[in-house]
Design a protein around this ligand. Structure first.
Ligand code: HPA
Length: 276
């Protein structure tokens, strides 16, 4: 058995010993968006620290725990805090939580993040439905011995973000009167923000937003046959488009401002996923 799979199974054992809850939707809350957890009818929680071998974040503002509970009638597991590749973890550790949530029973992986807006016409505070991604600047989370128990060696990536879930997001946005943007998300490894030249390159390649997460988790989820949905909070215009230098503080402040709109949207989407 591969070391990566062995570690995953150990984490699963820790979960099984402490938690009796089967989620349908796995929700990952990005930078500054952690407050959504307060809207969940909580049944149980599990600190990442209490899971043997589980990667724990070093970034301020990223608390680390799983929350188990209900959004409406839908059972969800929610990650309050996630680790990023730039913290120094192996890619296999970065995607371990997504894999673990699949083992818990989740069928849908709902990814959120804060991202820099690249597309002309995007503004700080916009929400963007992720319709596609570029992961060519990060190592594949599937590199190394394939975990046959999870999925095949050469998984198809022609439609990473589920079309039915995209329709649900669009409908939820209309219901709530949110002007939802759409586009392609490009993941860089970070932690430095992009240079203006890298932002120009990103746009040339077809990216509409750039960030430091999400694409790797989406790949791992598709490997396992999970349905994936993703939303970026455009917390700033990317470097070279923004008139001011970027700061983590600005990213968090904008994400906090957007939080009420974002929370209402996520609630509406998950409720509709429950009716799928
Ligand atoms: N670039 C990369 N990651 C980010 C950004 C950005 O401009 N904003 C929030 N996360």
């Amino acid at each position: 058995m591969s070391e990566v799979y062995e570690k995953l199974l150990k984490c699963y054992e820790c979960y099984k010993e402490r938690i009796d809850f089967t989620p349908k939707v796995a929700l990952v809350l990005g930078s500054g968006l952690g407050d959504f957890a307060e809207t969940i009818r909580v049944v149980d929680t599990l600190d990442y620290h209490d899971i043997e071998g589980f990667p724990v974040s070093t970034v301020p503002g990223h608390t680390g725990r799983f929350i188990f509970g209900y959004v409406g009638e839908v059972p969800v597991v929610c990650m309050q805090g996630r680790v990023h590749y730039y913290e120094g973890y192996e890619m296999s550790d970065v995607v371990l939580p997504a894999r673990l949530m699949k083992l818990m029973g989740a069928e849908v992986l709902f990814l959120t993040n804060a991202a820099g807006g690249v597309k002309q016409g995007f503004h700080a505070g916009d929400l963007m439905l992720i319709t596609g991604q570029i992961a060519s600047f990060i190592p594949s989370p599937l590199r190394g011995a394939n975990i046959d128990e999870l999925g095949g060696r050469f998984p198809d990536m022609s439609q990473i973000y589920d079309l039915d879930l995209q329709r649900i997001v669009r409908k939820a946005a209309v219901t709530l009167g949110i002007d939802m943007k759409e586009g392609t998300y490009l993941q860089f490894s970070g932690p430095q923000y992009e240079s203006p030249q890298e932002v120009t390159m990103s746009r040339t390649l077809g990216a509409d937003a750039v960030g430091m997460s999400t694409a790797c988790e989406a790949i791992a989820a598709r490997h396992m046959g999970m349905k994936v949905v993703g939303i970026s909070c455009i917390s700033n215009l990317a470097c070279g488009i923004s008139p001011t230098p970027l700061s983590h503080k600005e990213v968090q402040e904008v994400a906090d401002e957007v939080a009420p709109k974002f929370q209402a949207l996520v609630t509406e989407i998950i409720t509709q996923i429950g009716e799928m």
